[in-house]
Design a protein around this ligand. Structure first.
Ligand code: NAG
Ligand code: NAG
Length: 100
């Protein structure tokens, strides 16, 4: 049987979406196909992840919906880092001010 879910892209958004489908929606990995042009380690100018990466920063002071997403993301970042093998996986905490 073919995959029921198709994720387009294997950058941080595509792979995090895949992770969430498996981890939170409890979808079996064999039901998911990730299609991509580039993957980890590629350096093409057309591949966003090596250049923009993923910068999560809570910047929503008072919008309840956005705060809900911020809280979920902040709470789950540590779990995601742990699931991926610790800070060496490339996901880590950094000060917002690069001079710090
Ligand atoms: C990047 O994408 C543009 C638009 O599709 C394409 O014209 C260009 O050749 C691509 N560059 C590389 C290095 O793949
Ligand atoms: C991450 O995003 C925040 C909010 O837009 C910004 O203030 C901060 O400078 C960014 N950090 C990096 C390392 O780009």
């Amino acid at each position: 049987m073919g995959a029921k879910y198709v994720v387009v892209g294997s950058g941080i958004i595509g792979l995090y979406t895949t992770y969430c489908l498996i981890k939170f929606a409890k979808i079996s990995a064999d039901q998911i196909t990730v299609v991509y042009e580039f993957s980890a380690g590629d350096q093409s100018i057309n591949y966003t992840s090596p250049w923009a990466g993923g910068n999560f920063s809570c910047i929503s002071p008072n919008d309840p919906e956005t705060l809900k997403f911020d809280k979920f993301t902040y709470t789950n970042l540590a779990k995601l880092q742990e699931d991926l093998g610790g800070p060496s996986c490339g996901l880590d905490y950094r000060p917002s001010d690069p001079k710090i």
